[in-house]
Design a protein around this ligand. Structure first.
Ligand SMILES: [Zn+2]
Length: 459
């Protein structure tokens, strides 16, 4: 793909009001999960799409846990494309916010509220793009499906996973666009747009340490479970496995270095000698701490203690202590390998008085970068922003894309967004954060880029 053949595509400014009010109204339907109660939002979206003649179906995995699906038919010459999003959001504490998190407030050029970024904003631009395809009678060689689902924030078993298990004929598509990437990272020369092509796997587990209780005044006569757990936490929490650069991360670093020459030297040292990564990153952190922090969790398995419970009274040496750990594995690793490694480290502490229990496990997932859809995304971005960078992204967290990748779909996290400023201050991404918001400008940009991407991919 040549970057110098520039054909600038105009933004579809006419949709500004429509996509803004669509998002604002979605925000006003509180879908905090738990409990979710997504059906109301699913019905709202079905009604909204219905005005353009879309026939929508709502599927409930349980009462009020609804997801909505609709389809725009193509000729069948090309594989279908699913526009995926989730309707549920995480909790928001109104006392911490400067606006009502469920008010759908539009001010200062932004739509404010829980879910504007994660991810009703993408639901809105996907619905807008679908309406435009229909209104403009765009000839599609493949079906375009839209699914806005329940339960992503609690693991997706009552949403995307449920639909794939029970209604694959409705929701499955060989290509999927979802959350998890698409925003621009401002590099020194140009913006670099991200496309999420891979996700780390997740292993949440609990370790229980046993001991022998005793009086707090006589420590040597007892066996303190807290002290045993202390060794476990020191062992697991300080684990630093060998650094490894999976293809997504390698390509991400190369693309970033292209747009920022100060990264060229550190990146070539990282890739040439993975084993000296920590020293290179420590050095990089002195001048570019944010980039160094972004790279670190993407080059190895991580194990982080997140919860600890132990002890009942000031003067009782506890016989039990338990801790929860959040382990994330790279796309080339497996949960089984992580479990074996953890057992091995615990054995070094002494397995006899320790037990391990898995809370939740999800294998990592990845899609190839060399696909027709990735090429279309790149070419569309270059037309909207000539010369911008495009880089694949490994996400440290997880999304519903993993269910589709497991079924063989090519899934990309692509919610197109320019980096934002408000009163000259950079708005850092605020998924799950206080005063979560998205600019109206980015809604127009997102809808325009998505529309053009689907149009070209299905041409
Ligand atoms: Zn999300």
């Amino acid at each position: 793909m040549k970057r110098d053949t520039v054909m600038t595509v105009p933004l579809i400014k006419e949709v500004e009001e429509e996509v803004t009010s669509l998002l604002s109204e979605l925000i006003q339907i509180d879908t905090t999960n738990p409990p979710g109660n997504e059906t109301k939002a699913a019905k709202y979206l079905a009604e909204n799409l219905g005005k353009d003649g879309f026939e929508c179906e709502i599927f409930e995995s349980a009462p009020q846990r609804g997801s909505v699906i609709t389809r725009l038919k193509g000729t069948g010459e090309k594989p279908s494309l699913l526009l995926l999003s989730h309707l549920d959001v995480v909790a928001a504490n109104p006392a911490e916010w400067s606006v009502d998190p469920f008010g759908g407030v539009v001010k200062d050029g932004f739509v404010w509220g829980r879910g504007t970024l994660d991810m009703k904003g993408m639901t809105a631009i996907e619905a807008m793009a679908l309406k435009l395809l229909k209104r403009n009678n765009v000839k599609l060689k493949g079906d375009v499906i839209l699914a806005a689902t329940a339960d992503e924030e609690m693991g997706g078993s009552s949403g995307a996973d449920y639909l794939l298990q029970n209604y694959p004929e409705k929701i499955f598509a060989p290509y999927v666009l979802n959350e998890g990437g698409g925003w621009a990272i401002p590099a020194r020369n140009k913006n670099v747009y991200t496309v999420q092509t891979a996700e780390k796997g997740l292993l949440w587990f609990k370790v229980k340490a046993k001991g022998i209780p005793g009086h707090g005044s006589m420590p040597d006569a007892a066996d303190n479970a807290i002290m045993r757990m202390h060794k476990v936490i020191e062992k697991l929490g300080n684990y630093r496995g060998p650094a490894s650069y999976v293809p997504t991360v390698k390509q991400f670093l190369v693309e970033m270095a292209k747009e920022d020459e100060s990264l060229q030297e550190p990146v070539s040292r990282l890739l040439a000698n993975p084993e000296s990564s920590d020293a290179v990153l420590d050095e990089l952190a002195k001048t570019m701490p944010a980039i160094a922090d972004e790279i670190r969790p993407r080059i190895r398995m991580t194990i982080t203690p997140t919860i600890i419970h132990g002890g009942v009274k000031e003067n009782i040496i506890p016989s039990e202590c338990e801790a929860v750990f959040d382990c994330r594995v790279l796309p080339e690793q497996t949960i089984g390998q992580a479990q074996a490694l953890i057992r091995q480290m615990l054995a070094e502490v002494g397995l006899d008085k320790l037990s391990v229990e898995t809370i939740q496990a999800q294998e990592p997932s990845a899609s190839p970068v060399e696909t027709p859809l990735y090429r279309v995304i790149s070419s569309v971005l270059w037309d909207f922003e000539p010369g911008c960078g495009v880089a694949p992204l490994l996400m440290t967290g997880g999304t519903d894309s993993r269910f589709f990748r497991r079924m063989g779909s090519v899934c990309y996290g692509f919610h197109p967004m320019k980096s934002e400023t408000l009163y000259g201050v950079k708005v850092t991404r605020r998924e799950h954060g206080i005063d979560e918001r998205i600019s109206v400008e980015n809604l127009v940009f997102g809808a325009s880029v998505l529309y053009e991407t689907i149009k070209r991919f299905m041409a």
